[in-house]
Design a protein around this ligand. Structure first.
Ligand SMILES: CC(C)=CCC/C(C)=C/CC/C(C)=C/COP(=O)(O)OP(=O)(O)O
Length: 338
């Protein structure tokens, strides 16, 4: 009987060792492939798709690491900004390898790769969007905690995205509404988050428009990080609208043609709602190397960072990598800024 039990235990141990050995070999092969690929060697690679059963509960649990286990929480450090602001119980942090004086004030993000994330798992695209929205919540919390980031602008839906299927558009609109009505509202009330939506709001469903107005309105005196959501946004739309407004002022004698300059344009852009309209750093996930009609005016001097990871997998360690890369470029700025 005892012999039987030890045989079962030995067999179990052998299986576990085999599984671990296989996983180690796969990891080594993956790393070797990355080093050999000149594109991947300069970029951070995404994790292999996690094995997730085809059920929404598993999906929810799989991509939402608790913030208490995060690197940001581990490097926590208090700051005067926290103490002076009764509405913000946030403990600001500065992970050790980042320099506070080189932090980007405005980070812009093109959240790309939801479709591929879902496809890799044999899931419908809506699950990819759902995963992306959960990840966005975590990203806002992480940016909010990093001392120095004043504005986070995310590209959530472009003027071109209206051409997607009705089912996908309806899904996104109703989830954007839930996201703003619950998570964003909670953050504006409890943690002093500022909130604005930029884009052609008139095309959004009425109920989404009123949710946006009410949360923007209730957050207008907040002083914490400004979260800007580009919804139904296109840079060409924005520049055309700014031009129309300026032209109409000239027509009505409010402005003279000779007084039109870059500052006047900036004042008529949708980003005039923030005091830091020009992103210092743009991140586009999923390895695509385009700006896709995002903030064309404002990106004139922005640093670009293109991680391979798909947005639902883009986690705080990747954010810190992006910030470190940004800071390395800034320290070398044209070989002048030592
Ligand atoms: C978090 C969440 C649920 C976000 C919504 C998902 C979604 C629609 C993301 C699109 C983001 C975007 C506008 C990417 C760029 O344009 P593009 O990919 O449409 O342009 P392209 O054709 O140039 O790639």
């Amino acid at each position: 009987m005892n012999d039987d039990i030890s045989k079962v235990v030995d067999d179990g141990r052998a299986s576990i060792m085999k599984i671990e050995e296989d996983a180690r070999k796969k990891e080594e092969e993956r790393e070797k492939r990355n080093i050999e690929n000149p594109l991947f060697s300069s970029l951070k690679l995404c994790n292999p798709p996690r094995k997730i059963g085809d059920n929404r509960q598993n999906i929810r649990e799989s991509f939402s690491p608790p913030i208490s286990r995060s690197r940001l929480a581990a490097t926590s450090d208090s700051n005067d900004e926290t103490d002076n602001n009764p509405k913000s119980p946030i403990q600001f942090v500065m992970p050790g390898d980042l320099r506070p004086e080189l932090m980007p004030k405005h980070v812009a993000l093109i959240m790309d790769g939801h479709g591929r994330w879902a496809k890799n798992r044999g899931l419908p695209i809506e699950d990819g969007h759902y995963a992306g929205l959960q990840n966005l919540k975590q990203l806002i919390l992480n940016c909010r905690k990093l001392l120095g980031i004043k504005v986070l602008t995310v590209y959530a839906f472009s003027t071109e995205n209206w051409n997607r299927s009705k089912g996908e558009v309806d899904f996104l609109m109703s989830h954007f509404e839930d996201f703003i009505q619950s998570f964003v509202k909670e953050q504006t009330m409890g943690q002093d988050l500022r909130f604005s939506v930029i884009g052609d709001k008139s095309r959004l469903p009425r109920s989404l428009q009123s949710t946006i107005s009410s949360v923007e309105e209730s957050a207008k005196f907040n002083r914490g990080m400004h979260f800007m959501m580009a919804l139904s946004y296109g840079a060409r739309y924005e520049i055309t609208e700014a031009s129309k407004k300026i032209a109409s002022k000239v027509e009505n004698g409010i402005l003279r043609t000779k007084d039109i300059n870059e500052t006047v344009f900036e004042q008529h852009m949708l980003t005039s709602v923030t005091e830091f309209p020009n992103p210092d750093l743009l991140i586009r996930t999923s390895g695509e190397l385009r700006v896709s009609n995002f903030l064309l005016w404002q990106l004139a001097y922005t640093e670009f960072y293109f991680p391979i990871k798909l947005f639902p997998d883009f986690e705080e360690a990747d954010l810190i990598d992006a910030l470190s890369a940004f800071q390395r470029r800034r320290t070398n700025f044209g070989g002048r800024n030592k």
